[in-house]
Design a protein around this ligand. Structure first.
Ligand code: SF4
Length: 256
């Protein structure tokens, strides 16, 4: 975790978090998120079995998860869910069907999402690449991570999210939300790579834990833990988070 640095003298250390403390933190987080599954659902995450595709907004197939992972970028989940319903009704909520559409046809089908023209072009290119690989699971596999990252519209968070939620690979998608929330929870300023390593090391390949931690941190980050004005009093993590106490004790702004 080369980018991790102490946020305040005397608090946790890198080595202290890699063993039992990190595992203990993950256990506490999972307990809180399981007790607040309705809140996660309100943010678009459906707590399910480890290998279910429903985690991703209650969608029904790996193809739908892949399609929506393009559509959701810079777009509200509620809008994406409506578009997915329409694609399903038209019989085109699959990678094979998307690959056969023209960009113009796909653009019309997803017109309600932001940047629909760009997304239509990128999604069609992704679908064609998947079909050249023998289907979605031929492309979305841990061995193809670098190839995924070479596709337009797929950054590290989207690539790892696809690997976790489509291929059930034991990886953690690092995001700005998880970076901010975890940093505040433990009182250390973490980089994205730190977050990824901390969680992956602590869960030892447990796909259920990886999905739950990603869904929970994303939900808390979006609903409560904004950079400028976190709503700690309403947050489900307030009982285990170090930030509210430090904010009261330390003058000046908290960590980013
Ligand atoms: S208690 Fe506050 S700082 Fe901690 S995760 Fe919740 S909103 Fe963020």
């Amino acid at each position: 975790m080369r980018m991790m640095r102490r946020e305040a003298k005397g608090r946790g250390t890198h080595s202290g978090l890699r063993g039992s403390e990190a595992r203990g933190l993950i256990v506490r987080l999972i307990r809180v998120f399981e007790a607040n599954s309705d809140f996660l659902a309100s943010q678009g995450w459906v707590v399910s079995d480890a290998r279910s595709f429903s985690w991703w907004g209650g969608l029904e197939s790996p193809d739908e998860v892949a399609i929506s992972s393009f559509l959701v970028q810079l777009t509200r989940w509620e809008t994406v869910a409506e578009v997915m319903k329409r694609l399903r009704a038209q019989g085109i909520a699959s990678i094979e069907a998307i690959a056969k559409l023209s960009v113009e046809e796909l653009d019309r089908a997803i017109i309600n999402v932001n940047f629909h023209r760009t997304k239509a072009r990128r999604l069609k290119a992704f679908a064609e690449e998947a079909m050249r690989s023998g289907g979605l699971l031929g492309l979305v596999s841990p061995a193809n991570e670098a190839r995924l990252l070479g596709i337009e519209g797929i950054g590290i968070e989207t690539a790892k999210s696809m690997l976790l939620f489509i291929a059930n690979a034991p990886v953690f998608p690092p995001s700005k939300y998880s970076q901010v929330v975890l940093s505040r929870l433990i009182g250390l300023q973490l980089g994205l790579r730190d977050v990824e390593e901390l969680v992956e090391d602590a869960v030892s390949g447990d796909v259920y834990a990886l999905k739950m931690i990603h869904a929970g941190l994303a939900s808390v980050g979006k609903a409560y833990c904004s950079k400028r004005s976190p709503k700690c009093g309403e947050c489900p993590l307030r009982g285990i988070c170090s930030f509210p106490k430090r904010r009261n004790e330390e003058p000046g702004p908290g960590i980013a």
